[in-house]
Design a protein around this ligand. Structure first.
Ligand code: OOB
Length: 544
């Protein structure tokens, strides 16, 4: 089993400690501190449950003992695929307490993706909810377990069938190990997967706690705040920007919403007097629309975080008048760097920029195509390193070579403009991925699946601007033999064990792909040309 580590150069780490960014806390130590300070205060509200800080701590210790009793040892990895339920928190704090390493998967992900995470992490266990959104995760767990030899246990929240029920775990303080060291990896996030399959992102107690502690401060969270988790909890954004971890860190209340739809979320805002929540741009648009006609009382909302994809200024401008709260734009990435507009920024900054970094020690480079710093006001490639940006993915030497410079900067793949006031404005991506309503899809990964279809000779997947989703995916396909129907291709993609959001939104059949005079073209260039041609034809059709 390959140990999971995340290591900064020694002198750099010393500086981050000296400056107090890394303050020696761990997830377990901060939860225990909160539980000791105000045991009876409510920490988390889920469907029909409300747990106090003391109860969350006790439940976490029971979960920890349960996993250790199964024979798992500190350092082993556990894939966690849970929806927005209170148990999300007891499970992850339990795994932290046992020094097991959660690997966060989204509820939308399926066999191909979960198998990849479990294999790459050499996971020993997998935690699922029995059923959710009309999907039976025990079926999925059976398939994963059959294919991943390291996976010994499946733990189920709800009806476990042949697996281990979470609520069967019993406390046993004698089993609990000493706490983790703050520089240990606490968990692994999943990368958006710019090229090919997703990579695993190891985050330490030190670096992650710093990022959400500062986020909570920048976002004005206090123990009076009520933060609703509307986006899938496993995403880095609702987790830490400022997220449920930021809320728990300051002793606030977390409300788990089973869905981000206005129907569900508005009712919860009214009932729980929610003060803060986060959305991706398409949902913000939907909420703005629904707020016009809702009878729900949204007056408790103070701050709305929007991020994950670019929020257009016209939409941003409507947040304050329509929802009666302050917009805070968040431009972040699971690899680290997070930028915020500040609550007291002028409206122009809040509406038109994606903000500036959390830390004075976030080093941000904006470089032109030659690698020379681009002057403020001109677009360039964003590179970054700092006290909560990783120095490498787990066990991925080739990807690390591409994604990091020799001196440790992470190449984000984003094209940004830095304004003279230091705020960043996101212009787009350098690489080939589709940002579909905040979900990142790698063109390469989808092309690979399309090529597995008998009637596909070649395929190129590109992003197309979309009024609602921001971007949608379009697959250009050269058929082989009999030309298949679009519906058949989509149906085929649904059998590939992928999250539904990866099924191409649109399919265009073409006879061939253009090549250069020497008959060669990079896939990157090909995608760019196909996209440009498509947009041109669309414009002609619309007579623009
Ligand atoms: C968040 O994290 P990821 O890892 O799913 O995706 C990161 C990428 C960024 O590199 C950028 O391309 C895009 O998502 N992005 C934005 C954005 N926020 C993220 N693009 C334009 N405007 C924004 N506000 O998506 C994430 C992580 C933490 C906080 C917020 C978002």
């Amino acid at each position: 089993m390959i140990p999971v580590t995340q290591i900064w150069p020694q002198d750099v780490a010393r500086r981050y400690r000296e400056k107090g960014y890394w303050n020696g806390e761990t997830f377990t130590s901060f939860l225990n501190r909160r539980a000791a300070m105000h045991p009876d205060r409510i920490a988390v509200v889920g469907d029909g449950v409300g747990w106090s800080y003391a109860e969350l701590q006790t439940r976490a210790e029971t979960v920890a003992a349960g996993f250790l009793a199964l024979g798992l040892a500190p350092g082993e990895r556990v894939v966690v695929q849970l929806p927005n339920i209170a148990e999300f928190l007891s499970v992850v704090f339990g795994l932290f307490r046992a020094r097991l390493i959660p690997v966060f998967a989204l509820p939308a992900q399926r066999l191909t993706e979960i198998r990849h995470f479990a294999q790459t992490a050499e996971a020993s266990a997998y935690v699922v909810k029995d059923r959710w959104d009309e999907f039976d995760y025990r079926h999925l767990a059976r398939a994963v377990k059959a294919e991943v030899p390291t996976l010994r246990h499946v733990v189920v929240v709800g009806e476990a069938e042949e697996f281990v029920p979470l609520d069967g775990f019993t406390p046993d303080a004698g089993l609990l190990p000493a706490d983790a060291a703050p520089c240990d990896v606490a968990f692994m996030q999943i990368s958006g997967g710019t090229t090919g399959l997703s990579k695993l992102i190891p985050r330490t107690h030190d670096d992650y706690i710093y990022s959400f502690r500062e986020s909570a401060r920048i976002c004005g969270l206090s123990e009076k705040s009520v933060l609703m988790v509307a986006l899938p909890a496993a995403h880095n954004f609702p987790m830490s920007s400022p997220g449920f971890f930021g809320a728990l860190y300051v002793g606030a209340r977390v409300v788990m919403s089973s869905s981000p739809s206005p129907d569900r979320a508005f009712a919860l805002i009214e009932r729980e007097r929610v003060t803060t929540t986060g959305l991706v741009p398409p949902l913000a648009l939907l909420w703005l629309q629904a707020a016009d006609t809702t009878s729900a009382d949204l007056s408790s909302l103070e701050v709305l975080h929007v991020g994950g994809a670019k929020l257009m200024p016209e939409v941003a401008r409507r947040v304050r008048p329509v929802l009666g709260c302050t917009l805070q734009q968040v431009f972040g990435m699971a690899e680290g760097l997070v930028n915020y507009t500040r609550l007291d920024d002028p409206e122009e900054v809040i509406v038109s920029t994606q903000g500036r970094p959390i830390s004075p020690d976030d080093e941000v480079l904006v470089l032109d195509d030659r690698g020379v710093p681009a002057p403020d006001g001109t677009p360039g490639h964003l590179l970054t390193r700092g006290p909560y940006t990783i120095r490498g993915y787990h066990n991925a030497p080739a990807a690390n070579q591409r994604a990091f410079t020799p001196d440790g900067f992470y190449r984000t793949g984003d094209i940004v403009v830095r304004r003279a006031d230091g705020n960043l404005v996101v212009q787009g991506r350098a690489g080939d991925h589709i940002n579909r309503a905040g979900e990142k899809i790698s063109a390469e990964e989808i092309e690979d699946h399309l090529l597995a279809h008998d009637n596909v000779f070649d395929a190129a997947v590109v992003s197309i601007p979309d009024d609602y989703l921001g971007e949608r995916s379009c697959a250009f396909i050269i058929p082989k033999g009999e030309k298949p129907r679009s519906a058949a291709i989509k149906a085929f993609m649904r059998t590939r064990g992928l999250a539904d959001f990866k099924v191409p939104d649109q399919i265009v059949f073409v006879e061939r792909f253009e090549t250069t005079a020497v008959g060669k073209i990079s896939r990157k260039e090909l995608r760019a040309r196909l996209r440009a041609q498509f947009l041109e034809t669309q414009r002609e059709k619309q007579g623009v």
